[in-house]
Design a protein around this ligand. Structure first.
Ligand SMILES: [Zn+2]
Ligand SMILES: [Zn+2]
Length: 103
């Protein structure tokens, strides 16, 4: 075992460069353990950061089939709500037999 100092006289096998910090890594993976950890952590943080705004998509401002705009205040109210928070009452259309009744 004479692997004290890799001298320039010996042709040393190409060492892997840590893709994280750019320094030569002696580990088999080619990445410093702490660098790999930091990178994984960064990735995870990025994922979390990217996921957060995706989840909190403005639900209130998005009109959908389940929401109807209040003609009084403009708020998107759930279709099943008969009354808006502002006090406006929605006219519920019901199929009442009164017009065009045969028989
Ligand atoms: Zn590194
Ligand atoms: Zn309203």
């Amino acid at each position: 075992m004479n692997q004290k100092k890799p001298g320039p006289m010996y042709t040393t096998p190409p060492r892997k460069v840590c893709p994280v910090c750019g320094q030569v890594s002696y580990s088999i993976a080619g990445v410093h353990p702490q660098c790999a950890e930091a990178q994984a952590d960064e990735k995870r943080m990025k994922k979390l950061k990217a996921k957060k705004p995706d989840k909190t998509v403005t639900l209130d401002a998005t009109p959908s089939a389940w929401r109807k705009p209040c003609p009084k205040c403009g708020t998107q109210v759930h279709v099943r709500k008969a009354q808006c928070d502002c006090g406006h009452k929605f006219v519920v259309q019901r199929t009442k037999s009164g017009v065009g009744d045969d028989d």
